[in-house]
Design a protein around this ligand. Structure first.
Ligand code: KIV
Ligand code: ZN
Length: 557
C-alpha cells in the first residue's frame, strides 16, 4: 500500500475577514454569462475543434442565448484567427452578441489579435498575465513590480490597438491569471494599475476577471477573496467583476455561485463544464440551479438533447450519465419507493403551480425530457413504477390490487435478465400474464335476457378448436356469467375486485377491465380487452379462471 506523506502538501490560506456578508445573501438574478467553450474549452481538447465544429458550436451558443462569447485565442492559432475573421466577414454575429478574444500581454500578440478583429462591430479584448507567487517566482522569475509592469504594458497596448480601429465598439478585460494563488492585496494592486491605464467609467466599464485558474481551496475561500477584492479595488462602480472558475476540487459551480453572492457580476464557463483539466464552471448546472430557485437563467436549455449532441460532437467527449441536469440518468428513478413517490406527486401536480415533486428538483420537461424517461424499471423497482410505465405508454391504468399482483412478475423478469426492463417488455409481460394466459378461453358470443331484475345469460366460449356453451342466472350479467362458468369448470368462484376504463377518449376506444377472483384457496387476477366494457369484463373473468387453472395444475405437478 502506498504510504501517503501529508507533509508533502500545505493547507490553503484563508482570508482574515471580520465583515463577511456573502453568506447571508441569495442570488436573485442571473449573472452576465460569458461562454468560453470556444477558447478555454477548445484549448483543452485532445483534438481542437475544426472550423466547421467551431461554427456549429458558435451557432448553438447564440441559440442558447449567450450575449458574450469568447471565440478564441486568435494570435495563438491560425484556425482561431481565421475563425474570428470568418465570423466578422460573413456577418455571423447577431447584433446583441459580443465576441471576446483572449491575448497574452505581449505587443506582437496584441497586434495580431487586433488584426483578426478588423471590421468587428463590437468586441471584448481580454488580456491576461500570471500574478501568483509560484508563477512570479518559479516560472517568470520576476519581481512583483515587474509582473505589474507586464499587466500595465499589456493594458497600454490593448488601449492603443483599440484606438487604431475606432469604428469598433471596444470593451477591455483583464485577468490576473491564477488570481486565487495571488496575495489578495497584491492582486488588487495589479488590477488598480490596469484601471489607471484604462480609465473606466460607470458608463464605460472594464471587466476584471478573477480566475480560480486552479481550484485549490474550498468555495468559501474564493467567495472571501472576491468580496475582499470588491471592497478594496478602486472605482468599483466602473468595473464588471467577472469569475472564471475551474473544477480541480470538483467545486467549480459552487465557487462561482458563492463568488456571485460575494459581489461578482459576470461568470465565465462552458456548457457542461468542458475546459482545462477537470474543466471550467458548468454553466448548464449553474443556470439550472438558479432556475430551480425561481430565478430566470436568461439562457435556454430546453433543447438539452441538442446541446449534448453538439457538445459531444465538437469536443469528442461523452457527457456522463449522471451529469447534473443533462445526464441520461439524472431524472431516472429505479427504486420502488422513489417511483411511488414521484408517481403520487406527479398525479397531484397541476400545470402552473409551484413545482413540488419528490426526488425531481426540477421538471424534466424544462430540459426537453419527458416523464416517460423518469420511471425506469429494474429489479429494485416497485409497483408504482411499473404502473406508471404501463399507463404512460399503453393507457393501462392498473388498480392498486393488480399493481401489487404484477410487481413480482416484473421483478422476477428483471432478476432473471439482470437488466433494465423496457416499457415494451413490461407490456409483453402484462399481456402474457393477464390478457393471454396459458389455456385461456375466449368469449365468442353471448346473449342476456333480463326478467324482473334477474339476468339469464348464455355464452359460447372458444377453447382452441372446441366450443363450450354455458348458461347461468344472477342479479346482473356478471353474476350470471360467473354462475354459468363456475358450473362449467366445476369450481365455484367469486369476484372480489373489479375495475374498468376506456383506453381512449372517443366512442371507438377499446375498453379494459380487471378482475380479481377468489377460487379454491387462491386469489387470481385477470384482465380483458374488448370493444365494449361488458365484453372486456367477461374476458377478464375468463383470463382469471384460466390463470387459476394453470396455477392449480402447477401446484399439482
Ligand atoms: O483559467 C484561467 O486563468 C484562464 C485565464 C486565461 C482567464 O483561462
Ligand atoms: Zn481557464
Amino acid at each position: 500500500m502506498h504510504r501517503y506523506e501529508p507533509s508533502k502538501y500545505r493547507p490553503f490560506s484563508t482570508v482574515a475577514k471580520q465583515d463577511r456578508r456573502w453568506p447571508d445573501k441569495v442570488i436573485e438574478q442571473a449573472p452576465i454569462w460569458c461562454s468560453v467553450d470556444l477558447r478555454d474549452g477548445n484549448q483543452a481538447l485532445i483534438d481542437p475543434m475544426t472550423p466547421a465544429q467551431k461554427l456549429e458550436m458558435f451557432d448553438m451558443l447564440v441559440e442558447v442565448g449567450f450575449k458574450q462569447i469568447e471565440v478564441g485565442f486568435p494570435a495563438a492559432s491560425q484556425t482561431d484567427f481565421d475563425f474570428v475573421c470568418k465570423l466578422i466577414d460573413e456577418d455571423r454575429i447577431p447584433d446583441d452578441v459580443t465576441i471576446q478574444v483572449l491575448t497574452q500581454a505581449r505587443k506582437d500578440v496584441i497586434e495580431r489579435t487586433y488584426q483578426s478583429l478588423r471590421g468587428a462591430k463590437k468586441a471584448i479584448v481580454h488580456v491576461y498575465n500570471s500574478t501568483s507567487a509560484v508563477q512570479r517566482e518559479q516560472v517568470f522569475k520576476l519581481s512583483p513590480q515587474e509582473i505589474i509592469q507586464i499587466a500595465v504594458d499589456g493594458a497600454t497596448w490593448v488601449k492603443q490597438g483599440a484606438a487604431q480601429q475606432p469604428d469598433t465598439e471596444w470593451q477591455f478585460q483583464y485577468s490576473p491569471e491564477s488570481f486565487t494563488g495571488t496575495e489578495i492585496d497584491y492582486a488588487v494592486d495589479v488590477c488598480n494599475a490596469v484601471i489607471d491605464v484604462w480609465n473606466p467609467t460607470p458608463e464605460n466599464k472594464i471587466i476584471l476577471n478573477l480566475p480560480a485558474t486552479v481550484e485549490v481551496a474550498t468555495p468559501n475561500v474564493y467567495a472571501d477573496q472576491i468580496e475582499w477584492f470588491c471592497d478594496h479595488v478602486k472605482q468599483r462602480d466602473a468595473l464588471t467583476i467577472s469569475l472564471h472558475t475551474h473544477n480541480d476540487r470538483g467545486c467549480g459551480v459552487a465557487a462561482s455561485e458563492l463568488g456571485v453572492l460575494a459581489g461578482a457580476d459576470r461568470v465565465e464557463g462552458t456548457l457542461l463544464g468542458n475546459g482545462e483539466r477537470t474543466g471550467n464552471l458548468d454553466i448548464v448546472t449553474m443556470g439550472m440551479n438558479l432556475y430551480s430557485q425561481g430565478v430566470n437563467p436568461q439562457l435556454d436549455f430546453s433543447r438539452m438533447d441538442k446541446i449534448i449532441h453538439v457538445v459531444e460532437k465538437c469536443t469528442a467527449l461523452k457527457v456522463h450519465p449522471r451529469h447534473p441536469y443533462a445526464g441520461e440518468l439524472v431524472f431516472a428513478a429505479f427504486s420502488g419507493s422513489h417511483q411511488d413517490a414521484i408517481n403520487k406527486c406527479l398525479s397531484q401536480y397541476t400545470e402552473g403551480a409551484p413545482w413540488q415533486v419528490a426526488y425531481l428538483p426540477i421538471d424534466p420537461r424544462d430540459l426537453g425530457r419527458s416523464y416517460q424517461q423518469v420511471i425506469r424499471i429494474n429489479s429494485q423497482s416497485g409497483k408504482g413504477g411499473v404502473a406508471y410505465v404501463l399507463e404512460q405508454e399503453h393507457a393501462i391504468k392498473m388498480p392498486r390490487w393488480l399493481q401489487v399482483d404484477f410487481s413480482p412478475v416484473v421483478q422476477a423478469e428483471a432478476e432473471q435478465t439482470e437488466a433494465e426492463v423496457s416499457a415494451e417488455q413490461i407490456y409483453d409481460l402484462f399481456q402474457r400474464t393477464y390478457l393471454q394466459p396459458n389455456d385461456h378461453m375466449t368469449l365468442k358470443s353471448y346473449q342476456v335476457n333480463r326478467e324482473q331484475g334477474n339476468d339469464k345469460m348464455e355464452a359460447v366460449l372458444v377453447d382452441g378448436a372446441a366450443e363450450h356453451h354455458i348458461k347461468g342466472e344472477g342479479r346482473g350479467v356478471l353474476e350470471a356469467f360467473v354462475a354459468g362458468l363456475s358450473k362449467h369448470i366445476g369450481h365455484p368462484f367469486v369476484i372480489i375486485d373489479y375495475n374498468e376504463h376506456t383506453m381512449g377518449h372517443d366512442e371507438a376506444s377499446e375498453a379494459m377491465a380487471y378482475v380479481q377472483i377468489s377460487i379454491g384457496r387462491q386469489r387470481v387476477c385477470g384482465a380483458g380487452k374488448s370493444r365494449d366494457i361488458l365484453g372486456a369484463t367477461l374476458n377478464a373473468v375468463l383470463n382469471a379462471v384460466a390463470r387459476s387453472e394453470t396455477a392449480s395444475k402447477q401446484k399439482v405437478a
